[in-house]
Design a binder for this molecule. Sequence first.
Ligand SMILES: [Zn+2]
Length: 249
Amino acid sequence: MSPVPDKVERFAEYLKKADRIAVLTGAGISTESGIPDFRSADGLYRTMASAEIFDIELFQKHPEKFYSTIAPVWRKILNAEPNAGHRALAELEKKHRKRVMVVTQNIDSLHIRAGSGEVAEIHGSFRTLTCLECENNVSSDRFTDGLEAGRILRCPVCGGLLKPDITFYGEPLPPAPFAAAERAMWEARLLLVLGTSLVVHPAASLPRECDSGIPYVIVNKTETWFDGRCDLVFHESIGKVMSAALECF
Ligand SMILES: [Zn+2]
């Protein structure tokens, strides 16, 4: 099904008028790149036995369990490409000279790979790993073989346990990205919510930081509690809606 033209035109008008756009993204934009939603019925958590895999205490006690379970996820992320939704956000910035402040709950770095310049990864990312002993920070590119094989990764300096820089349960969110996310909400003249049903806090409360007078647009496969607050609601593919809107430019 294609997006309704009138709605798409209105969406395009919002995009044209706003010079500063805050975009809050979740799993729904990554599933269009073939990365399963962690929380959906056929998502990773189910495949992985449970969310225990992201428990920081269990990780420290049994890192082998984490690394062996995460290996297929890692391969999916490594093989995924940014899709039309990611590319449209980068295009708004590069071609149409908008300030696009992306705030993402995703850990796959696809926004950065698509070329978006301002990305706050509020749940961290897989791009880097930190040693739990000496805090040495290393690029995960150096450990691709070990990650794919599901081996425990150790610090090249001290031999301590390496942990991917994604937020585990029992850990605080990385402060700098979250502060950037709040600033994005304050400064926005348009809010886009893409592929998240806004149930995971504190991301879910971020839209409250926005000026209530600006337009809110949500694109998500299913209904959310936030739909009623939005000026435009699309229950469709993010890639399709974003591409259709940019065609009106
Ligand atoms: Zn170390």
